[in-house]
Design a protein around this ligand. Sequence first.
Ligand code: SF4
Ligand code: SF4
Length: 382
Amino acid sequence: MLDRVAEEIYRCLRCGWCREKVMEETRRVCPAREILGFESSFARGRVLLARGILEGEIGYSEKLVERMYTCLGCGACKTHCPLEVDTVEIFRAMREDAVKKGVPLPKPLAEVNRVIGDCGNPFGKPAGDRRVPAESLHLPQEGEVFYFAGCYDTLRNPSVFKNAVELMRKAGARPAYLADGERCCGVPQIWNGSTDLARELAGHNIEKLVKAGAKRVVMSCAGCYNAFGHFYNYLWGRLPFEVIHITQFLAEKIEDGSLQVDTLENACPGGVTYHDPCHLGRHMGVYEEPRILIKKMFPGSFREMPRNRENAWCCGGGAVVFPYLTQYSLKISEQRADEAAGVGSGTIITACPSCVSVLRIPARKRKIEVVNLLDVLVRAVK
Ligand code: SF4
Ligand code: SF4
């Protein structure tokens, strides 16, 4: 399995820019290294471990496996590598390789696989629960424009689900929804190395959408968007429909004049800032569209955190680390909440349900609100 990334592994020159980038200022790159220290926690060391495995010098010891699963998949090392080494794909390939060789997954990750394999979602809910947030919305199950809501926004955040549909309708779309035909996008398995299960979930979702006539699929979850927009191509080849994040969809509608957004200045005391989800920003290159929407609402009180766009610090919940290493994950999210407090913001707006749930914990202590962009935007759209 590591053969497929051998070229990437050998391109690493061990320069160390994936630890700290020294330009106009010294910029820390890797959140794992900030918390854990040691060479093996940031990309240079991790790539060297991959090389050791590729060349048969070392195997998947308990310690190595433990370290392997501390990577958040945030992609900062890949973005900052001057040689553009695809570090993220190397780390994913290592996990795939370990799973293929029968190395047991850490227990909480194996449990996530079991629950998703049984129920099609990570929360152990029956498939029929996916109909609940859509109950009074009368969504068709066939159509050209689809809303793929994802497990979080269907089963945990029904307000986001309803607001996504309302906003799409106000922008002139008539979204369809798979309801209990939808399954988890497979992003936890894509990151934990369980590629067979990821491929099965992806195949199911693609088949259902194609049969239902989808030409354009809109997602409110950054993880689902990353899975469909990038990894599904790797798992199944080129998709027969377009995939787009809802912030892109809505920004496009503002531009063509079909959506009007009012200001909400003063609605969020202390002003707002934006946290770039890694899956949406670094992994998919969507930085500006969420800002277009936020600046329409808060033209005077929006402030950037010092680390934004490709430099954004991970929320701490990447690569399903939160249920597995909760305290470690929270240390990283504390650093992000401090950064929001540092620019004096009373509200962090973001565009990923997982970032919202992880950041809320440290933000609460600092009296900062964390909200999904759609829950604010719905108040500003006529
Ligand atoms: S991964 Fe890139 S930035 Fe990191 S040590 Fe290797 S070449 Fe340098
Ligand atoms: S993906 Fe993020 S957490 Fe993992 S090694 Fe790279 S910078 Fe560190």
